[in-house]
Design a protein. Structure first.
Length: 247
């Protein structure tokens, strides 16, 4: 999979601070420089002041200002299973590649067998991988080799049969019914910083499924570059605690 930050609010932490300061200032933030808006916040310089205010907001559960900072991500090559999970989040906006208008008629099933077009879960190839809800622990290499053979055979056959249905004139929107849930999809998704923290609470957690967890970790890495004070605080003080969205 690949995750890129396509576009995001410039100076997100300035906007977050302006939103928050608005709540407690008599003066109108629209008439002030950022320095004036932050004048009474503790800190030697503007960076320290941002750290003070953002830390205060997050520690007090004042998450509203974090909704002003938005980010758009492009995600390549996740399974439709992972897509089904992330699209449950109602405050995230999505564009998902269509299987009605984009068909997989050019893909060679032999390449599918080698890992193209369908995501291969680690439990199909790694004897040391122990997934959640797995009935047995580590398995021997022979068993994993058999798993891999069954998995690869099954996905390659699905694609072959899908293409056969297309050749028989079936529309892609119907032929796709035989494709595996592991079929890759690309999507663009956007969310604000508050929602990003909520998604991370749920999807980067230890009990989340491995693929959505990996995707969320990548999103978090990009968020840390985009909105550094916020996501450093999140990482140090809030992660893995199933924080609740508060007013
Ligand atoms: C480990 C894990 C396992 C899961 N297993 C399943 C499963 O087996 N089956 C299944 O169906 N789902 C499952 N889910 C999905 C889960 O139930 C949620 O639907 C999904 O994570 C969306 O998160 P959310 O409920 O916080 O809502 P979001 O859409 O992310 O909304 C964010 C917050 O806004 C508020 N909100 C949004 N809409 C409403 C509303 N209509 N009413 C009241 N408050 C609202 C809530 O506070 C919510 O937490 C699983 C999720 C996880 C993380």
């Amino acid at each position: 999979m690949e995750v890129q930050l396509l576009e995001a609010t410039e100076n997100p932490e300035e906007i977050i601070c302006k939103g928050a300061r608005n709540d407690y200032s008599e003066a109108f933030v629209g008439d002030q420089s950022f320095e004036e808006t932050m004048a009474t916040v503790d800190g030697e310089d503007i960076e320290e002041k941002k750290e003070t205010l953002i830390g205060h907001l997050l520690s007090h559960g004042h998450y509203g200002p974090f909704e002003h900072a938005n980010a758009v991500f492009a995600v390549k090559g996740i399974s439709r299973s992972c897509m089904a999970q992330i699209t449950r989040h109602r405050h995230v906006s999505f564009d998902v590649r269509s299987m009605r208008y984009v068909s997989f008629d050019e893909v060679d099933p032999a390449d599918v067998r080698e890992g193209e077009m369908v995501v291969t879960p680690p439990s199909a190839t790694d004897p040391d991988w122990v997934g959640r809800n797995q009935k047995t622990g580590q398995v021997d290499e022979e068993t994993v080799a058999e798993r891999e053979e069954v998995f690869r055979e099954s996905v390659a056959r699905s694609v072959e049969e899908y293409q056969r249905l297309l050749d028989l004139g079936m529309p892609p929107e119907d032929a796709r019914f035989v494709l595996p849930i592991g079929t890759e999809v690309n999507m663009v998704m956007s969310m604000n910083a508050r929602m990003l923290m909520h998604v991370a609470d749920m999807r980067a957690a230890a009990d989340a499924q491995w693929e959505i967890r990996e995707m969320t970790e990548r999103v978090l890495d990009l968020a840390a570059e985009w909105c550094p004070i916020t996501f450093e605080y999140y990482d140090e003080h809030m992660r893995n605690r199933k924080n609740r969205l508060a007013p």
